[in-house]
Design a binder for this molecule. Structure first.
Ligand SMILES: Nc1ncnc2c1ncn2[C@@H]1O[C@H](COP(=O)(O)OP(=O)(O)OP(=O)(O)O)[C@@H](O)[C@H]1O
Ligand SMILES: [Mg+2]
Length: 240
């Protein structure tokens, strides 16, 4: 199902994450962040190292329990806090993560890494593999499908990780510097693919990046500093 462009997908309210650092001092990794993402939209998240970008993605993607605040998804309360199995299920079905590090399963091949979530969701292995190959082809890496991560370059691993994030056709895609390990042509390709997924499948996409060249692709850009959103503006990307 393709959600209609403009339908709310994710709503984050007054989100705060406070860590206790190694020296015992408290760190406000995230403070008072509110954010809405709608179907078909691609948001860019910018800000200096340590400003809370990864923390925001983790909390918005239900991988990190916030100290306070709320994260809501379209279609009502999907999960009961504390119900880890339900959370895991929800994440696998509806959220695609691209982490700052690829985090591929080392003993599975590239295509198996991409197919895994589909198989867990009950897709027949042959069909999952067929779809996984299609995604790897979109990312220009089908020729490496039979290799395990250790045999792939950093950039190749990152492209497999992007394919994996798209595998279950998620309504929300959270990508943490997905192009950091890529050359500029491939980086552009990955960004354009994410935008196409937003536009064609109605996913909401949030991308952390340091790359100023990608600004033109975003519908909206936020800038973070010290755990807060300090600026928000329309990107030069076309609205959905
Ligand atoms: N598990 C943790 N325990 C303690 N402090 C943490 C933890 N994770 C992150 N922090 C701190 O929270 C702040 C925000 O970190 P975060 O990883 O979100 O930054 P970032 O914007 O993603 O940075 P980068 O661009 O370097 O990836 C930093 O000060 C970091 O040191
Ligand atoms: Mg980070």
């Amino acid at each position: 199902m393709t959600p209609r462009a403009g339908t709310p997908v994710l709503s984050v309210r007054d989100l705060a994450v406070r860590y206790r650092g190694g020296d015992g001092a408290l760190v406000d990794a995230l403070a008072d962040v509110s954010l809405d993402l709608v179907a078909g939209e691609m948001l860019g998240i910018f800000g200096p190292s340590g400003c809370g970008k990864t923390t925001l993605l983790m909390a918005a993607g239900l991988l990190e329990t916030p100290t306070s605040g709320a994260v809501r998804f379209a279609g009502g309360p999907a999960v009961t806090p504390g119900d880890e199995a339900a959370l895991r299920d929800f994440r696998r079905r509806h959220i695609g993560f691209v982490f700052q590090k690829p985090n591929l399963v080392p003993f599975l091949t590239a295509v198996e890494n991409v197919a895994l979530a589909m198989v867990i969701d009950g897709v027949a292995p042959a069909e999952a593999e067929r779809r996984a190959m299609g995604l790897l082809a979109m990312l220009d890496i089908a020729h490496r499908a039979g290799n395990r991560p250790a045999r792939l370059s950093g950039g190749e691993q990152q492209r497999v990780a992007v394919a994996r994030a798209l595998a279950n056709d998620p309504m929300l895609i959270l990508a943490d510097e997905p192009t950091a390990a890529l050359d500029s042509r491939r980086g552009r390709q990955v960004m354009e693919l994410l935008l196409a997924i937003a536009r064609q499948r109605g996913a909401a996409v949030a991308v952390v990046t340091h790359d100023p060249r990608s600004v033109g692709l975003f519908d909206r850009v936020i800038e973070m500093e010290d755990g807060r959103v300090v600026a928000e503006r329309n990107g030069s990307g076309r609205a959905a």
